[in-house]
Design a binder for this molecule. Structure first.
Ligand code: SF4
Length: 359
């Protein structure tokens, strides 16, 4: 009896994908983890020439506008706030420099792995203002919401949040509404979808006539997701289907959704490179405004300065590839990033820099 290994399965799916795509198609993988794993597993070399895969806006650090980085740098430097942040944000360039540079100048910055660590920090330093950099998509927002609720329950008053939460479906809608991308379908994020479910993506099929597949992160998941998408494209169908059903129920995670809804309201939000997106962000509700850093800290912010020549905005909207950027691998490298797409572990430029010559 022969054993079918994941490698056999991937290879068989690659052949199937090629057979399904006799004409050129353009597909967006929205999520940064998909971008990285496609490289990591060497899948690009298995794709048929008829498949063009472009990256989307699914790297939370990358879409955080430079003025929000500036706010964190200013809070940590000029107000002496003790900053709690996820590590990805540390090296993202702001107008005055990065948080890493602020730390070298004496700013108190702690890398955290869970928002609850910021609450512990606030309790350990009751005389200080502890600022949580709440950056992320729907995946992170429920844990941040739970932290706010717990801080309120414990009466912790020195914890404040700079919320930079962004929502994935409004970003996709904004990209599609721009009308110039000529996409044939989407590989949709698995982690975000585990929270929000399938419903928030239905507009892609209904309003724009395009298919989408919520896809997992293993090599076989990604190839299977692409095959499910290719089937629909070939048959002229447009539905949102779930390949990653072991983690994504159609309704998502109602408990996580309830946490978000309790603490945040949606509003228009700026995405780096994509501009203002209607309903694209989460903001603290009035009931929790005591935790809003922007209301509590009076900061003098510099005029916004973006890196000249950085194409992150166009890369995040699938209009350019990292190789189109004149700074790629020259002035901009992971050890000297000029834009957020080269910083984050989910950044498209970082993924291309690390893997593209081997793919
Ligand atoms: Fe920006 Fe660097 Fe990517 Fe160019 S290579 S788009 S400068 S992050």
């Amino acid at each position: 009896m022969s054993i079918i290994t994941p490698a056999h399965k991937v290879s068989a799916l690659a052949k199937h994908l090629a057979a399904l795509l006799p004409r050129p198609v353009k597909v967006m993988e929205v999520c940064g983890t998909h971008t990285v794993n496609i490289f990591r597993f060497g899948l690009r070399s298995l794709f048929p020439e008829t498949l063009e895969l472009v990256s989307g806006p699914g790297c939370p650090v990358c879409v955080t506008p430079v003025e929000e980085i500036d706010f964190l740098v200013a809070a940590a430097l000029s107000q002496g706030a003790r900053l709690a942040t996820f590590g990805d944000l540390l090296r993202v360039p702001g107008s005055w420099g990065s948080l890493k540079e602020a730390r070298a100048q004496g700013a108190k910055i702690k890398i955290i792995y869970s928002p609850m660590e910021a609450l512990s920090l606030a309790e350990n330093f009751p005389q200080e203002t502890v600022l949580l950099a709440a950056v992320g998509f729907e995946t992170t927002a429920p844990a941040v919401a739970a932290t706010v609720l717990e801080a309120k329950r414990r009466g912790v008053s020195n914890l404040v949040l700079a919320t930079s939460h962004r929502l994935v479906p409004p970003a996709i809608r904004a990209l599609l509404a721009s009308g110039d991308l000529n996409l044939d379908g989407f590989i949709l994020p698995g982690h975000v979808s585990a929270v929000i479910g399938r419903g928030p993506y239905e507009f892609i099929a209904r309003d724009f006539g395009l298919p989408g597949v919520i896809t997992g992160f293993e090599a076989t998941d990604i190839m299977e997701g692409l095959c499910l998408l290719a089937h629909q494209i070939r048959e002229g169908r447009a539905e949102i289907v779930i390949q990653y059903s072991r983690a994504v129920p159609p309704e998502g995670n109602p408990a996580a959704q309830a946490l978000m809804k309790e603490v945040f309201s949606t509003g228009d939000a700026s995405f780096r490179g994509l501009g203002e997106i209607p309903g694209g962000g989460l903001f603290l509700r009035q009931t929790y405004e005591e935790f809003d850093a922007r209301g509590r800290l009076d900061l003098d912010l510099p005029p916004v300065r973006e890196t000249k020549g950085c194409l992150c905005g166009q890369i995040l909207s699938g209009r350019k590839r990292p190789l189109d950027c004149p700074l790629f691998a020259r002035g901009c490298r992971p050890d000297n990033p000029q834009g957020p797409c080269m910083v984050s572990s989910e950044g498209t430029c970082a993924a291309w820099f690390q893997f593209h010559e081997n793919s």
